[in-house]
Design a protein around this ligand. Structure first.
Ligand SMILES: Cc1ncc(C[n+]2csc(CCOP(=O)(O)OP(=O)(O)O)c2C)c(N)n1
Ligand SMILES: [Mg+2]
Length: 557
């Protein structure tokens, strides 16, 4: 054991946890912290120019590495700015340790500037929120922070570090420190047996495959379960390959496309999917339908749907056990399931053909149809490209037409707080310098997270940012059109239009070369140009504001 200042202790622990980057935006309350960081060249401070972008970059880094990312922000103002992206991290289960500076504890009672109850500010958007009350507790608090961030449901944690507390002393030996690990729970075998028995009896099962299946490649055993059963799959490509032959539709935010298929089932198997909101006045899943629900978070089971069987545990091993149990129970009855599988394959193929003809019908349109822009990306970018999707109303097109959309290659967010995509791509690119990361973002979304471009430029990261510019908040227009009220009748959409933003100039201002594309035949050349770049680039695509996504009537002209 040796005695050292707590501010150094922070970095000793970060090093012991295997941390390499601290994503941050600084202020004067972090002086002791920043000063000590100079002594730790193995740790690098990654500056972001707004806390929302800082946390989005950390989100990308954590989601790519699978390990908690570390963030440093400034007191109450920095915490306030970080909240929108922390909300995303919480909803998407991104492990993250966020540290915020705080005025010295001894003067906090006097309400100094920049101080505030940051622990309370952060609490609703993190798993655990805490102020360090004395230096001695630092090793316990920080170790616990990493551990909490990593156990299911994973997520961000928040620590407030008062200036004077960091200047106190701790007893610490790096050799005695045990780094955090992922703590996983194994599902109880009897719940798996019961789930398999229900599945084996179902006449018309349907599978909802969610983002949670990307963790430890849990989608692989689920695919085998689906293949045994011959059941149709509706999948979020974050967790399950969109082009699996049994995928009949993709899952995102909008669940209205699920109504029809769900109307004709007797069992739903839900795995790692948390977005089902079952409005009691208009249920998506009726009470007569059996529900088998698997998640690593016990809080998800019975939250919105009463499960007939709820399986709580790490999904990859739970689904492998389910597969084995099901194999046993289906023995001798395989032919029955083959027939079901033929039907599923035919309907999945039909859905793909319909998508293809919808694309062809929009191929030459000017302004460019968003689907056409995604098809161009699919043609030009190599299969192993990583795609980050914050395309908002065009997201369903990314899921449909980016043929490699699947776990580890496609990233999407359930948080929905705009400004995530560019930062996410920058963080993922830092984690994977040898891969190519592409962010596809709406014009509105881009402007909430544009600061991350500067970090990409400074670090010469080869991120490609595609801005789909329909000069509007299409999602809000879409909602008003569906509402069919006065706005729709008069064709006036308050607060939805934002003509006049020069994205090429904006990108250049951050040091990022950019090109603008207005006609579909220019797309391929622009994307080739982007691929050949040595640093970050922006491709600005002028898209059709009347196209509000597949299945939507669109904005009337
Ligand atoms: C921080 C934040 N503010 C506002 C919203 C509400 N909102 C949801 S989608 C959207 C429009 C997004 O516009 P854009 O990125 O251009 O995509 P489009 O809808 O045009 O496809 C808005 C304003 C939000 N989700 N998050
Ligand atoms: Mg838009």
């Amino acid at each position: 054991m040796s005695r050292l200042a707590a501010r150094r202790g922070v970095f000793e622990i970060l090093c012991a946890e295997g941390v390499r980057f601290i994503f941050g935006n600084p202020g004067s309350t972090e002086t002791p912290f920043l000063d000590a960081l100079v002594e730790y060249p193995e740790l690098e401070y990654v500056l972001g120019l707004h806390e929302s972008a800082v946390v989005a970059m950390a989100d990308g880094y954590a989601r790519a590495t699978g390990r908690p990312a570390v963030v440093s922000i400034h007191a109450a103002p920095g915490t306030a700015n970080a909240l929108s992206s922390l909300y995303n991290a919480l909803r998407d289960r991104t492990p993250m340790v966020v540290m915020a500076g705080q005025q010295p504890q001894r003067v906090l009672v006097q309400d100094p500037p920049l101080a505030g109850d940051t622990v309370a500010m952060a609490r609703p958007v993190v798993k655990w929120s805490r102020e360090l009350s004395n230096a001695a507790e630092l090793p316990v608090v920080l170790r616990r922070a990493f551990s909490i961030a990593r156990f299911p449901p994973r997520g961000p944690v928040f620590l407030s570090l008062p200036k004077d507390v960091l200047e106190g002393e701790i007893e610490f030996s790096p050799e005695g420190y045990r780094p955090s690990v992922d703590r996983l729970v194994t599902a109880a075998p009897d719940t798996i047996e019961r789930a398999a028995a229900l599945l084996a009896r179902a006449e018309k099962p349907l599978i909802l495959a969610g983002p949670g299946l990307s963790f430890r490649e849990a989608w692989r055993p689920l695919a085998e379960v689906a293949e045994y059963l011959g059941a149709p799959i509706y999948a979020s490509p974050v967790g399950f390959p969109a082009r699996h032959p049994q995928v009949c539709g993709v899952l995102g935010w909008d669940l209205h496309t699920l109504r029809k298929p769900l109307a004709d089932v007797d069992l739903v198997l839900i795995a790692g999917y948390r977005m089902v909101v079952n409005d009691p006045l208009n249920p998506l899943i009726s009470s007569g339908v059996s529900v088998v629900h698997l998640d690593d978070d016990p809080g998800e089971i019975d939250k919105n749907l009463s499960a007939d069987v709820g399986v709580v545990g790490e999904l990859s091993s739970a689904l492998s056990s389910l597969r084995e149990s099901l194999k046993g129970q289906l023995k001798g009855r395989e032919s029955r399931y083959l027939e079901r599988k033929e039907k599923t394959l035919a309907s999945a193929a039909r859905a793909r053909r319909d998508a293809e003809s919808a694309l062809q019908a929009r191929w030459d349109r000017v302004p460019i149809a968003p689907a056409r822009a995604i098809a161009a990306l699919d043609k030009i970018l190599p299969d192993h490209t990583i795609v980050v999707d914050e395309a908002v109303r065009a997201s369903p097109y990314v899921k449909q037409y980016w043929s490699s959309a699947g776990p580890g290659r496609y990233f999407y967010y359930d948080g929905g707080s705009l400004g995530w995509g560019i930062g996410m791509a920058v963080g993922a690119q830092m984690a994977w310098p040898d891969k190519r990361v592409v962010a596809i973002v709406g014009d509105g979304a881009a402007l909430f997270g544009i600061h991350a471009l500067w970090t990409a430029a400074r670090r010469k990261l080869r991120v490609i940012v595609i801005i789909l510019d329909n000069r509007s908040y299409g999602a809000v227009v879409a909602a008003l059109v569906e509402y069919k009220g006065e706005a729709f009748k008069r064709g006036i959409y308050p607060g939805c239009d934002m003509e006049g933003i020069d994205f090429v100039a904006l990108a250049s201002g951050f040091g990022v070369p950019a090109r603008s594309v207005a006609r579909p035949e220019e797309l391929e050349a622009a994307l080739q140009w982007a691929l050949s770049a040595e640093g970050p680039v922006v491709v600005h695509v002028r898209t059709d504001p009347s196209d509000l996504g597949p299945g939507h009537p669109g904005r009337p002209n």
